[in-house]
Design a protein around this ligand. Sequence first.
Ligand SMILES: CC(C)(COP(=O)(O)OP(=O)(O)OC[C@H]1O[C@@H](n2cnc3c(N)ncnc32)[C@H](O)[C@@H]1OP(=O)(O)O)[C@@H](O)C(=O)NCCC(=O)NCCS
Length: 192
Amino acid sequence: MCDTPAAASEPHDADHDEPDHDDTAARAGQRAEPVVRTAEARDHPAILDLWDAAGMLSYVADPGGDLARTADADPELVLVAEHAGAPPPDGHEAGSSGAGEHPVVGTVLGTWDGRRGWIMRLAVAPALRRSGVGKALVAELERRLRGRGADQINLLVFADNRGALSFWQELGYRATAPVVLMTRRVEACGEE
Ligand SMILES: CC(C)(COP(=O)(O)OP(=O)(O)OC[C@H]1O[C@@H](n2cnc3c(N)ncnc32)[C@H](O)[C@@H]1OP(=O)(O)O)[C@@H](O)C(=O)NCCC(=O)NCCS
């Protein structure tokens, strides 16, 4: 999941466990050549494809709207990774075309609340997992959040998403003492 407390108020924001993919890059002994950059509006369909492949769409009412609003609020914290070593994609498994030259194979969102950075919605194309794409995305997002002044970066992970937990631990993230997420649905009211 990787979501802010507000967004996580949707009861299930992502898959609980990473699906097994026999054709991951790791099993094939590949390393990707990720080029991480700020996402553009033209990348949004590719980002939605990645969330779909990661099981992150099923419980979100308006994922496209959420993405557009997040990008409007802070475009520099919406990232995609292109796989520079790959030819244009021929299917969603390997990555989807975006605004750049190469297929978009990973994405992550960040927010900065003025005190801490938050990481959300990290997803890598199933066929390219275990090839360094997730790590490259997080490294760039951390760099940008530190540039805002963040000295702490948080994220939420479903407790049964074992693959993601191993990933975050590998990157130096540690679980806090248990906390309870308190949430309430409210009606949005736009600006008059
Ligand atoms: C979690 C996820 C983003 C990781 O991305 P990735 O590109 O595969 O990760 P990397 O290749 O950069 O992994 C870096 C290191 O993290 C660890 N790691 C990553 N995935 C792992 C897994 N499934 N099991 C155990 N360790 C893992 C490994 O140490 C890995 O290094 P190695 O491959 O050299 O051993 C990806 O598996 C994914 O998209 N999962 C589905 C969506 C999801 O769960 N997102 C996270 C929500 S909190």
